[in-house]
Design a protein around this ligand. Structure first.
Ligand code: WTA
Length: 662
């Protein structure tokens, strides 16, 4: 427990609303000149050359930005480069082949290190193998792998060939995989035999096989042997063993394919407001510049650093800040396969100590868990290697921020609360750790060169302190270039709401509520559409609700996010009750349609959902019930008697959740 000194410190922290960047940090920071904001402003868009100049180009661009076909912007026009060359080869050529590129810590405590030299050999061998299987430029290769080194290897092998990858999170179901492969017309799949979850070996290949059987196209599949024979599997027609393939191509030379700046580097499926996931397109030049620059300026990464981003590579955070950003800069990136509390609750800090991690980037939900587990876990390790901390994915409340700052950073590491999205490619709103004052709970000002604003429904800037919608007025290099195969939806979803096409003015709508203070700091208030973002996971409520409603006995479902958790309120059909059987049917339904990742933290059965007189589900009320907030105006409610019932049922559900049966 905290000693006397800590109590004082706690009180002091509590009383503070702002924090200056620690001096020692500023002195060594990659970016420490406050004039950078103005410099970017005065020289926009040419200021972004500073990002592109972090990369090696085969041909320099003719123009920084082409706005001719807005909102289909083009960055670093006619520039040529290869992303894998930038993330691997050039570091080897610079004499750093023995520098660790990837340090992997497996679920069972196994470890592996890939130097830049290893990474080059392995990606080249796998690129040669993929080419032999028929992969050519612009063929979409689907990667359905857990957090094992073969995942970034495969991504980089694809990048080497100019074949866009589409990484599908391993926790997604066969159905979800099939939908994505079908949508992307992907004829190549890299997956594995299985992986461990809570000690059990899961049959991953089974899921992949089921997905492929559902597809019309022929698929060449490569299978990584993750379990070392732990889960015997046989290879069918068009199925190839990863080791066998790469060994055959060991020492192969595959020249990095020169790509246009605007050529796709990857597509990333993400949840939207409809049940259909959308494929966000990211390009080679703009995306890589943006993530390299933000890794440099915000994560403050240097080539000698060991960086740990705790996300899964299956999500955009892992793409940008485990793989592309850190490797573009030649740093060492950590890959952690396990869970934060196994075998013990000090696991993360043990790894930080063992690998001398310099920068640590995680989700607020993880920080809240660390806080709940208590400061004794980080205290039992030497965390003095840490220089910077970051968060992403959801708002971080000031208490959790301060806990992180104090107990993990020891008051000596700046904390960056970074707002961005799969669509933005990289960070957009955050303090610059070597420049800006930090305000816990507030992400910060837009990054230099980023024109984020908070507006009312008419698109007018709101007054400080008032709630509005987060928009981005000017384009940025890492922006999505479209939704694969659906240009109308691209314009509709992101550009319709606040733009004035007749005047040639295009405004990107982020789908987040926000407010802004007198200093231009932006505080995020959560999604304003039917998407829930929690930690790494972004889930469309429609997608999830329709998976639940598909179960026999379920009448309706409403998903809400509250306090960092997802709740499903499920009303039952006449003659059915929310018993254990229905609960497990609902869970299986979600697992089959979307994947285990989408199973809510709580499922609350109810005879009916609260509805307005016009028959709309009152989601706001469901959220307030979940968080225990005062209920606002409920006069529009047709069935007010349901409130007490829901409260009682929720209490029962959370109690059983907190006290598991074992
Ligand atoms: C939310 C993850 C508050 C937001 C990188 C956004 C945040 C969605 C923050 C994107 C933050 C992300 N503070 N909310 N620092 N960062 N979000 O596409 O709602 O998985 O729109 O990208 O996460 O989730 P996505």
């Amino acid at each position: 427990m905290d000693d006397g000194v800590d109590v004082e410190l706690e009180a002091w922290l509590e009383s503070r609303e702002t924090f200056e960047p620690p001096e020692a940090f500023v002195e060594q920071a990659n970016v420490s000149d406050p004039d950078i904001y103005e410099a970017f402003e005065e020289n926009w868009p040419a200021c972004w050359e500073r990002a592109a100049d972090l990369l090696d180009w085969d041909r320099r661009w003719d123009a920084v930005l082409d706005e001719g076909d807005a909102p289909r912007y083009r960055w670093f026009v006619d520039g040529k480069l290869n992303a894998a060359y930038n993330c691997v080869d050039r570091h080897v050529e610079a004499g750093r082949k023995n520098r660790a590129a990837i340090r992997w810590v497996g679920k069972r405590g196994e470890t592996e290190t890939y130097t830049y030299g290893d990474l080059k050999r392995e990606t080249e061998a796998f690129a040669a193998a993929l080419r032999e299987l028929g992969v050519g430029e612009d063929d979409v290769v689907t990667l359905y792998l857990p957090m094992i080194p073969e995942l970034p290897v495969a991504m980089l092998a694809c990048a080497r060939l100019g074949a866009p990858h589409s990484v599908v999170f391993a926790g997604f179901s066969a159905d979800a995989l099939a939908t994505r492969m079908d949508n992307a017309d992907s004829e190549y799949l890299v997956t594995c035999d299985g992986y461990y979850r809570r000690g059990d070996a899961l049959n991953h290949k089974g899921k992949a096989d089921r997905a492929v059987r559902r597809l019309d196209q022929d698929v060449e599949t490569v299978i990584v042997d993750r379990l070392g024979g732990g889960l015997p599997h046989s290879l069918g027609e068009s199925q190839h063993d990863y080791d066998e393939l790469t060994e055959r191509h060991l020492n192969a030379e595959v020249d990095p394919v020169v790509r246009d700046s605007e050529d796709d580097l990857f597509v990333m499926y993400t949840s939207g407001t409809t049940g259909e996931p959308k494929a966000v397109r990211h390009t080679t030049g703009g995306y890589l510049s943006h993530v390299a620059w933000s890794s440099h300026a915000v994560l403050d990464l240097e080539p000698d650093d060991t960086h740990w981003c705790s996300a899964d590579i299956g999500w955009i955070t892992g793409h940008s800040y485990i793989v592309y950003g850190p490797l573009a800069l030649g740093a060492t990136t950590m890959m952690y396969e396990g869970t934060p509390d196994y075998p013990e609750k000090d696991r993360i800090w043990e790894v930080v100590e063992r690998y001398d991690v310099d920068t640590f980037y995680t989700a607020p939900t993880a920080v809240r868990a660390f806080m709940k587990w208590g400061p004794e876990h980080p205290e039992s390790h030497d965390l003095s290697s840490l220089r910077l901390l970051g968060t992403v994915g959801e708002p971080i409340n000031p208490r959790a921020w301060k806990w992180y700052y104090k107990h993990i950073g020891g008051g000596e590491c700046p904390v960056v609360d970074t707002w961005w999205q799969a669509e933005t490619g990289g960070m957009m709103v955050t303090t610059l750790p070597g420049v800006s004052t930090m305000k816990p709970g507030t992400a910060g000002p837009p990054l230099p060169g980023i024109d984020a604003e908070v507006v009312d429904p008419d698109g007018e800037a709101v007054a400080p302190g008032e709630a509005g919608y987060l928009v981005v007025e000017r384009p940025w290099p890492g922006m999505l270039r479209g939704l694969a195969g659906d240009d109308d939806r691209f314009v509709e979803e992101y550009w319709r709401e606040y733009s004035d096409p007749d005047a040639g003015e295009w405004t990107y709508s982020a789908g987040d509520g926000a407010k802004i203070d007198e200093d231009g700091y932006i505080t995020l208030l959560g999604r304003v559409d039917d998407v829930i973002s929690i930690g790494d996971h972004r889930i469309g409520t429609m997608e999830l609700e329709s998976a639940i409603v598909g179960c026999e006995g379920v009448a309706e479902a409403a998903i809400v996010g509250a306090g960092g958790e997802v709740l499903a309120y499920v009303s039952t059909e006449q003659g059915h009750t929310g018993d254990a059987a229905l609960r497990s049917a609902v869970v299986s339904g979600i697992e089959a349609d979307i994947g285990e990742v989408a199973v809510p933290d709580h499922i609350v059965f109810t005879p009916e959902l609260p509805k307005t007189r016009s028959g709309k589900i009152m989601r706001r009320l469901l959220e307030d019930i979940a968080t225990g907030e005062e209920l606002g105006d409920i006069s529009a409610l047709r069935n007010p008697e349901i409130v007490g019932e829901l409260r009682a049922r929720l209490a029962g559900e959370t109690r059983s959740y907190l006290e598991p049966e074992e």
